[in-house]
Structure formats: C-alpha cells, structure tokens
Design a protein around this ligand. Structure first.
Ligand SMILES: [Zn+2]
Length: 108
C-alpha cells in the first residue's frame, strides 16, 4: 500500500510524539525509508520541536528571569528614590518648621 506524503505529514507529529498506533508507525517507517522528503520533514520537526520544547522554554524562562530581575531592580530603585525623596522632603519641612518655631520662640 502506497501512502501519500500528505497522509504521512499528517501523521508525523503523532509518530514523533510516539502516540500513533503500531500500524501507523510501521506504515510511516516504511514510507520514511523510501521518501527523503518526509524524512527531512521529520528531522525538521525534531529540530524545531527541540527548539520549541527545550531551548525556547529555557530562553523564555531566562528572559522572564532577566525581566523580573530588571523589574525588581527598577522597583527597588524607584522605591529607594521615593523613600529618599520623602525623607528629604520631611527633613526640609521639619527643618523649616523647627527653624520657624525656634526663631519664634527666640523672638517671643
Ligand atoms: Zn513522503
């Protein structure tokens, strides 16, 4: 029985994941032995699946890690900035208040 490349292409993902039936498996293997095009397709699938499954996950995880690190750094920076600005403002206000009150007390 000659199977068309289209059918094999449809079954290749299942074959690649090892979830197709034994009958399909032998059929695909027979076809792959004769058809370089589908063999290349399977190799391409293996490569791209490797990339999407592992490398991309890893790079995505790293990107997220970097991003969250950056974000945390940014948060820390803006938090520190805000704290420092608040403390400075408070200090200035207190200083003015104390000076004003002090001067008044002195004058009174
Ligand atoms: Zn083929």
């Amino acid at each position: 029985m000659k199977v068309s490349c289209e059918v094999i292409k449809d079954l290749l993902p299942l074959y690649h994941d090892g979830v197709c039936s034994n009958e399909s498996k032998t059929m695909i293997e027979k076809h792959l032995a004769e058809c370089d095009k589908c063999k290349a397709e399977l190799q391409l699938m293996e490569q791209s699946l490797h990339i999407t499954d592992r490398e991309q996950n890893v790079s995505e995880a790293e990107a997220i890690k970097k991003l969250s690190k950056k974000w945390q750094k940014g948060m820390l920076k803006s938090f520190l900035k805000g704290t420092i600005i608040t403390i400075l403002n408070l200090a200035v206000v207190l200083l003015i208040f104390y000076l004003f009150v002090g001067i008044r007390i002195v004058y009174i």
